[in-house]
Design a binder for this molecule. Structure first.
Ligand SMILES: [Zn+2]
Length: 187
């Protein structure tokens, strides 16, 4: 799925409990997108594509290095160490796995299926689902509409949105606009 869908899934998971702080919501949302950090090799691969020794870092390592149980477990343990809260660590672990699941069911690009090397580096066996949707298939669009709608509803209801992860001022303006348009929710 697109990074937007991954991020919104993380944001929605970060809103499953009301006492979670904005910083903790940021950790959970980040956990839902960070696996794609292993795609950064695309820069080296493009830059060296026409050289004698091209670096195939994207082709070799994307969906491998950070799309696995070990990486997710390290994230969860790091979160537990920083926040001292099992619930936040658990939600980080779930958000990370939501990314793997979304890639597994919906990451196809034309004829190229994406597999997940879940037990890497201990095993290179890939998990693959042959019914995998294309990245721009309608179920992905529908899922995006669902996530955006729920995010907007929660923003209206709880008076904060994902914009608060970047700027409190921007978030305030956005929430004011929502409340002006749709009214202030009853307490
Ligand atoms: Zn991914």
């Amino acid at each position: 799925m697109s990074p937007i869908n991954h991020a919104l899934t993380g944001w929605l998971l970060a809103n499953t409990a009301s006492h979670i702080s904005m910083r903790e919501r940021a950790y959970i949302t980040l956990a839902a997108v960070i696996a794609d950090i292993d795609g950064l090799g695309v820069v080296a691969e493009l830059l060296t594509a026409h050289t004698e020794n091209p670096l195939l870092w994207w082709s070799t390592y994307h969906h491998v290095l950070a799309h696995n149980l070990l990486f997710g477990s390290i994230l969860a343990l790091l979160t537990l160490w920083i926040t001292r809260q099992k619930l936040i660590a658990l939600l980080v672990f779930c958000a990370f796995h939501s990314h793997l699941l979304e890639d597994l069911i919906s990451g196809r690009h034309q004829d190229q299926l994406w597999g997940i090397s879940y037990l890497y580096p201990f095993s290179k066996q890939q998990w693959l689902w042959h019914g995998q949707w294309e990245l721009n298939a309608w179920p992905n669009m529908l899922f995006a509409v669902f996530c955006i709608s729920l995010t907007l509803y929660l923003a209206w209801k709880r008076a904060y949105s994902p914009l608060a992860l970047f700027s409190k001022k921007m978030d305030r303006h956005f929430i004011d606009a929502l409340h002006q348009r749709f009214g202030v929710p009853k307490a």
